[in-house]
Design a protein around this ligand. Sequence first.
Ligand code: ASP
Length: 584
Amino acid sequence: MYRSHNCGELRASHINNEVTLAGWVQKSRDKGFIVWVDLRDRYGITQLVFDEERTPKTMMEKAQKLGREFVIQVTGTVIERASKNPNIPTGDIEILVSKLTILNDALLPPFTIEDKTDGGEDIRMKYRYLDIRRNPVKNSLIFRHKVTQEVRNYLSKEGFIEVETPYLIKSTPEGARDFVVPSRMNEGEFYALPQSPQTFKQLLMVGGMDKYFQIVKCFRDEDLRADRQPEFTQIDCEMAFVEQEDILNAFEGLTRHLLKEINGVTIDKFPRMLYDDAMRLYGNDKPDIRFGMQFGELNEVAQHKDFGVFNNAELVVGIAVPGGNSYTRKEIDKLIDWVKRPQVGALGMVYCRCNDDGSYKSSVDKFYDQDDLAKWAETTGAKPGDLICVLSGDKNKVRAQLSALRMELAERLGLRKPGEFAPLWVIDFPLLEWDEETERYHAMHHPFTSPKPGQLELLETNPGDVKANAYDLVLNGNEIGGGSIRIHDKKTQSLMFDYLGFTPEEAKAQFGFLMDAFQYGAPPHGGLAFGLDRLVAILGGQETIRDFIAFPKNNSGRDVMIDAPAPIDEEQLTELNLKLNLKS
Ligand code: ASP
């Protein structure tokens, strides 16, 4: 038996007990005649004491040589501490050691293993196993475990079955590049790693599994934008014999359960918003509704004067910044610079101060009188003391720009409160999305998504207007999940593939298995997937998913600890029938 207790467990009630503990040396203080050692394990810290009077000389010397992160085992008596430490649960006691065994020594760690460490991100990633010994990382992993346990408990109770699906598969287009794996046994052929188990979960529905879930790794070879990982985890779900309403209710239930169990927050019904409204009111399909600052479209009230910039714009749109009239001219200029940064890309910003006396002062007073500006205030909901910020230009671009400004200002104003949770369903997404690069429509969600009933005909005339039975679950301005009702008949699915530019041969080669399955009695079905990493981060009050992943990759998709990806040797290449053709 290595230990009778753990390092977080002993209290005053254990005084005089003989115990055995094992763990790491967090630190030791050597006063010559007395040595204190903080012994750490996953559960906490217990103080050990060795002193001249009561500890044999050889053991005293051994204790004096203990280095940081040595792994030791001690047996001793629990005694009352002379000076108690109210900051830790074991702070009333210490262990007078009678037996000390060094289980392993340790090199000096490259950063301090403490809550506030001196180690930068890179070094901590390289020695992630040391980082995991620190409370913030350890606690994040424990937190993630709690969330996944609750997910499993809830869904199992609701009759969902967790089924594993394969990782070595054929491409599932979800908008990213596939990671591929060469097959040794099938010369010249490759598996793809799943971007999600999408087609498999649909096949499980054909198989009669009715309510499926899986906590599963997904792989997408994307250029890594901030806070994305090439492999990430989904809570993947699918149900048969359901309509959109059933799915929203089922997974609203799960989310409500998590908020209650994990965060102690009770939320009744989640609001729902049409995609078109989300774009119009927030310029964004994942609005943070913890605060207002809704967009006010100003075309009608701002395009009747001689101000060419507005007159030529597809959209003139503004937001009211609460209390923003207190900004100095310099601060407003800085804000204008902020929206003009290339990351945001606005050409400029018009503003209007709403004075306390009810008058207005705008940067375009030459063109607009007080009555005009009063209409701006009315449309944006601005009150005396606010500042109206107005952007104009191409509709889609300007919405994205103003949305960025809205989020930035809310952050600065402290309106994005970490302890507050505002879930929202965004529904009725468009089926298709125009892709500038390829100059064609792509499936906005994925090619298996069903158009809204009766809208299939619109595909020929107004493809951009076709709405889908597709929905996202948004929490505090983050998309935490998304899904759709699926196409479940071969005819519609072939039509869809055809529309998306697959030749019948390509569709058959890539998705023949799904179309075949649809001929053998496919039930109506639909589902969704949550991004577990992000969900956990948000429930944990953070926005970086990396903190909640035991061994994350860096922004270049590298695991700097194991140094992957890495070249493989000639022999392996030959075995796989591969020849490298490197550009550099
Ligand atoms: N497979 C989809 C995704 O990964 C989710 C779904 O449609 O259920 O986004």
